[in-house]
Design a protein around this ligand. Structure first.
Ligand SMILES: C[S@@+](CC[C@H](N)C(=O)[O-])C[C@H]1O[C@@H](n2cnc3c(N)ncnc32)[C@H](O)[C@@H]1O
Length: 215
């Protein structure tokens, strides 16, 4: 899925499945730079990637020794992700569990992760409810990393008023975390460059929230 595409107001399963089926696979894409910047110094453990898409971030985590649960609603994205991981060999592929689930209703059963991360998940329903559940899945001492589209990003100018949950600031997410239980490590807005399908390079603005659950 290329950033810089126009955002639709519908974000259900059919929308995402259609998006993947009508876009070429992104094998070989670099992992998200905000993930790399925030996680490269963490000791590998267990990770949940919520809305993993074609698996670029899950595969990068697995290649660095993380044991990853990667969840997405789109079957086509998960198939591509699994194929890519398997092409890289068992050291990577065997570290990732690909799970097809709707994150608006899915909760990892009794499991907690050293890292819970999500990138541009575009929930069709309440963003707050989803992020609350993701935060609850972080083990004490673990890290929550939320990367999204900043309200000042050019995505925001093109998307519909009916999808305000797609764009948010790190401060908004930080405000929803109980300060007795969470230490805010990073609350930032950062730019990154991406190349669109038509070859044009554009600059996007990301929200980056990194928080540590107090032990
Ligand atoms: C903009 S894409 C981002 C994909 C990937 N995280 C990345 O950064 O390239 C949003 C992803 O979230 C997934 N998604 C959206 N709503 C979902 C839901 N309710 N449950 C699970 N996955 C969902 C989509 O299928 C899609 O793969």
């Amino acid at each position: 899925m290329s950033e810089g595409d126009v955002v639709s107001e519908e974000f259900g399963e059919a929308y995402w499945e259609d998006r993947y089926r009508t876009h070429a696979a992104e094998h070989g894409r670099q992992p998200n730079p905000q993930l790399v910047a925030e996680v490269r110094d963490l000791a590998p453990g267990t990770a949940l990637d919520a809305g993993c898409g074609e698996g670029g971030e899950a595969i990068w985590l697995a290649s660095r020794g993380w044991r990853v649960t990667a969840v997405d609603i789109a079957t086509t994205a998960l198939r591509r992700a699994r194929e890519h991981a398997e092409a890289l060999g068992p050291d990577v592929a065997n570290r990732i569990d690909w799970v097809r689930a709707d994150l608006t209703g899915w909760t990892p059963t009794g499991e907690h992760f050293d890292l819970v991360t999500t990138h541009y998940v575009h929930p069709a329903t309440s963003r707050d409810a989803l992020f609350d559940r993701l935060a609850a899945a972080v083990t004490p001492g673990g890290t929550l990393l939320v990367v999204g589209h900043h309200p000042s990003d050019q995505h925001a100018a093109r998307s519909h008023a009916s999808t305000p949950d797609v764009h948010f600031t790190a401060e908004e997410i930080a405000a929803s975390l109980d300060p007795d239980r969470w230490e805010i490590v990073v609350a930032d807005a950062r730019t990154r460059s991406v190349t669109r399908h038509d070859g044009h390079e554009i600059t996007l603005r990301d929200t980056v929230l990194r928080a540590r659950r107090r032990p």
